[in-house]
Design a protein around this ligand. Structure first.
Ligand SMILES: C[S@@+](CC[C@H](N)C(=O)[O-])C[C@H]1O[C@@H](n2cnc3c(N)ncnc32)[C@H](O)[C@@H]1O
Length: 296
């Protein structure tokens, strides 16, 4: 039986979608890829232009042979532990599609809790109230563009220290039709902003510690280090954002911040030291503390 990449075809060079899925999932599992079966399905759906329902309705069909080289190329990249989102060039976030490249962190499901908390902090914004928000470290722009899309009158400033990331974020804001209300800035933390500039500061900053790095999945090596590395204890950027928040926030404004699951006590203590008036923590779906919201 001829073998192309990691998947096997019959003597006519044919393979069904089901057979490709089974072979690819097994190879991904052996390579240590988490959610191997889901990754194989995503590759197949992307190659065929199918959604999941279409894929499952046609599992017995023959895979068009002309798709095999592309599929096996993608599979090889996943087997080398390149993130699936970089292989496909996109990732879903809050039910919208964002383009991604190795210049930006792959948007994570747990970061959607930041959106959830921000929407809850400003219920009037969904009804058209004017909100001025700052997304510190915008990366792909997933937070900035999502908030601008959810809040029809919001003005969002999206910052990053990476010009390459800002270019990707700009493209996402354009695709989602919110580019007129998302203003991109190359800026380090919040030091560039005048006092009382924002109602909301939102950020998923780099927060991995040296210990986290030592135990990280191989996929993380493909992502920008500046997006992940939070210094020795992971809190280097968080410390600066929390310290600057009371200055740049208007009275009653919120800071909504993602953090590592073991950083909750430390981040809450930083917010108390910065004299936050109100403080709460939101857990992620796995039950880990993931978001701190603080009000001044
Ligand atoms: C964890 S990623 C988050 C990206 C995106 N907001 C998301 O949630 O997927 C952190 C981002 O912060 C940027 N960054 C790192 N240090 C920064 C700093 N001091 N000021 C502004 N942005 C910073 C990185 O370039 C990266 O794009």
């Amino acid at each position: 039986m001829p073998v192309m990449g990691a998947t096997a075809t019959n003597s006519l060079g044919q393979i069904t979608l089901r057979e490709w899925l089974i072979d690819a999932s097994a190879a991904l599992l052996r390579a240590g890829v988490s959610d191997a079966h889901v990754a194989a399905e995503c590759l197949l759906m992307a190659a065929l232009g199918y959604d999941r329902a279409q894929l499952f309705a046609r599992l017995g069909a023959t895979l068009p042979p002309e798709l095999l080289p592309q599929l096996d190329g993608w599979l090889q990249r996943c087997l080398a532990r390149e993130p699936l989102a970089y292989v496909l060039g996109e990732r879903e976030f809050w039910s919208r599609t964002f383009v991604v490249s190795p210049a930006v962190l792959v948007p994570r499901p747990e970061t959607e809790h930041l959106v959830e908390v921000a929407l809850a902090c400003f219920p009037e914004a969904a009804r058209g109230a004017t909100i001025r928000a700052c997304d510190v470290g915008t990366g792909s722009g997933c937070l900035a563009a999502t908030l601008a899309a959810e809040w029809p009158a919001a003005e969002v400033v999206a910052t990053d220290v990476s010009a390459e990331a800002l270019a990707v974020a700009r493209e996402n804001a354009r695709r989602l039709g919110v580019a007129e209300r998302v203003h991109f800035m190359m800026a380090d933390g919040l030091s560039a902003f005048l006092p009382q500039s924002f109602d909301l500061v939102i950020s998923n900053p780099p927060y991995l510690s040296e210990t986290d790095w030592a135990h990280a999945d191989p996929e993380l090596a493909y992502e920008p280090r500046v997006a992940l590395d939070g210094g020795p204890d992971g809190l280097a950027v968080i410390r600066r954002i929390v310290a600057a928040a009371p200055r740049v926030l208007r009275r009653g404004g919120w800071l909504v911040l993602e953090m590592g699951s073991s950083q909750s006590d430390a981040v809450q203590e930083l917010a108390r030291q910065a004299r936050a008036q109100h403080l709460f923590v939101q857990n992620d779906l796995a039950g880990w503390p993931r978001v701190v919201a603080a009000r001044w």
